[in-house]
Design a protein around this ligand. Structure first.
Ligand code: PEP
Ligand code: MN
Length: 339
């Protein structure tokens, strides 16, 4: 990718002139802003693009560079400033830290509403809950599907909390998108390219979870699938990877957080629930995630974890979640963030 960095002095006329030059040559310009300056990224045959750009007297208030990474639109080289994604009143990225909390699966209306009210009281910004559940066993509870989506929408109406929920198939993207504020792509689907492209064609905010056997570069390349279709609203999620360790469900890679923040402008969210699979480890790992620079947390909370239809063993009860959010405030302050 060739990146054209335009100085603040470049006016609208100049920017649109470059854009139409690129479009006329059959390429797609990708636009982003970092403070006052504008970047235009062009992906394709680099020497051909350079030839086309040489037709324009770019030298004056522009700087032309190439990205060295295999991921392009996700890279800091393309966009220096952090991406900030707006969900209602909540900003994800930037100084703000976002808390997403709720049950693993939507089980029924009353329970979801009760959990939503309690997590909201403790400071959660967004309600999580799965309606389509990608379970390892076909005999486990698979979620309430559309009925679950309707419950989430009713609970949002009652509480004002935006909702995040998983979509597992390209053919369900439109349906889930009608109910959800954020689409979640689960670990098992990180490399479901048809799903990534379908979500890429929408402009819905999306949380992309790291596959349980995926490298960070593979995660970033999956993000690139969504970005390259035109959807810029991508968040990355570290949720642990599979290792030989058996005391935890997954091994949460804390170094993924500063690394992703260094190479990418996309917000980074940590899921300590699936990342550890052990309820007693969630507070410490959540604090470590914020200290390492995470932009938010995704935490499973249930009013009766022992009776939960899925992942009860790794769910906090609302009281434990409340205690944790109080402790997290101090960590956020220490790293100059707001919770
Ligand atoms: C979930 O968030 O409930 C979930 C299924 O997570 P993951 O895709 O990370 O396993
Ligand atoms: Mn779960």
């Amino acid at each position: 990718m060739i990146v054209i960095k335009l100085k603040p002095s470049a006016g609208i006329k100049r920017i649109s002139g470059i854009i139409s030059l690129i479009e006329k040559s059959g390429y797609t310009p990708h636009l982003s802003k970092s403070g006052n300056s504008t970047q235009i990224g062009v992906i394709g045959d680099e020497s051909d693009i350079m030839k086309i750009l040489s037709l324009d007297k770019l030298k004056k208030n522009a700087e032309i560079t190439k990205t060295s990474k295999p991921f392009k639109l996700a890279s800091r080289e393309y966009q220096r400033a952090d991406s900030i994604i707006k969900i209602g009143k909540t900003s994800i990225g930037g100084r703000n830290i976002v808390l997403m909390a709720g049950p693993c699966a939507v089980e029924n209306y009353e329970l979801t509403l009760a959990i939503a009210r309690l997590v909201k009281k403790s400071g959660a910004d967004i309600l999580r809950g799965g309606a389509f559940k990608p379970r390892t066993s076909p005999y486990s509870f698979q979620g309430l599907k559309e009925e679950g989506l309707k419950i989430l929408a009713r609970v949002r109406e009652q509480t004002g909390l935006p909702v995040i929920t998983e979509v597992i198939s390209p053919s369900d993207v439109a349906l889930v998108g009608r109910y959800a504020d954020i689409l979640q792509i689960g670990a098992r689907n990180m490399q479901n390219y048809a799903l990534l492209e379908e979500i890429g064609r929408t402009r819905k905010p999306v949380l992309l979870k790291r596959g349980m056997m995926s490298t960070l570069e593979e995660l970033l390349m999956s993000a690139e699938y969504i970005l390259s279709q035109g959807n810029p609203n991508v968040m990355l999620c570290e949720r642990g990877i599979r290792t030989f360790e058996k005391y935890t469900r997954n091994t949460l890679d804390i170094s993924a957080v500063p690394l992703l923040k260094q190479v990418s402008h996309l917000p980074v969210i940590v899921d300590p629930s699936h990342g550890t699979g052990v309820k007693s480890l969630i507070p410490a790992v959540s604090k470590a995630a914020l200290a390492a620079g995470a932009d938010g947390l995704l935490i499973e909370v249930h009013t009766n974890p022992e009776k939960a239809l899925s992942d009860g063993f790794q769910s906090l009860n609302p009281k434990e979640f409340g205690q944790l959010t109080r402790e997290l405030t101090a960590i956020a302050r220490a790293v100059d963030r707001k919770i």
